[in-house]
Design a protein around this ligand. Sequence first.
Ligand code: KIV
Length: 259
Amino acid sequence: MDVTDKCAALRARKTEGPSIAALTAWDYPTARLLDESGVDLILVGDSLGMVVLGFPDTTYVTIEHMVHHIAAAARGCQKALLVGDLPIHSYDNDYATVKNACLLIEAGAEAVKLEGGVEQAGKVRALTEEGIPVIGHVGMLPQSVREEGGYLRKGRSAEELSILIEGASALEDAGCFAIVLESVVEQSARKITKQVTVPTIGIGCGTGNCDGEIAVTSDVIGSYPWFVPPFATSRADVAGEITKSVAAYVAACQKSKPS
Ligand code: KIV
């Protein structure tokens, strides 16, 4: 399938189902394993700044980091739609947005994602006019963690909900083919999902309130034990397996010294 068909197929899942299954990847083996396991959408998210590069949050991620990791993930992705996150300050104006999105596309992304609501509609239009498919992202915005003073849940009041609905509708009107909802309270996530005609893909919004789910792969496989968001479900203990197998290797090395 080409990119247009992949985006149209994902869009159709809003009405036709099944629910979209999306995960993040940051390198060749992760992308290849996810792709071969049947994930619909692989996001090279800027969360790689935390779970791969060891920064305290995503505000340290640069366009160069994203290009490097997207190129690696693209080499492992055949069927899923590969989406690249525009990192903080790479989309401060329309010109920078298109220029930096083109760098992500040249690296192998098939679509890009940016954070924010109404204020980003013009940038989404600039991207779609260049033929670049875009995913929006509303709710808790990790790139705003410093201004917000933490990872705060959104949609907790009628006022917050109306800002989110306004943002999601503006992104849809501007041409986004899907919208990520992050850490939005369940009832509000459900209302936003009903309000827009493009699929919503939830993270930290409960189960069954969005048209799909996205998770950070290290949370799902348990490979980054130092910070796991409260809403995440770990389905494996990769960190524990690494620790055990490395300890066994160290013990075997220590025993193998010639006498
Ligand atoms: O960077 C990321 O991993 C993301 C997801 C949490 C949606 O944006």
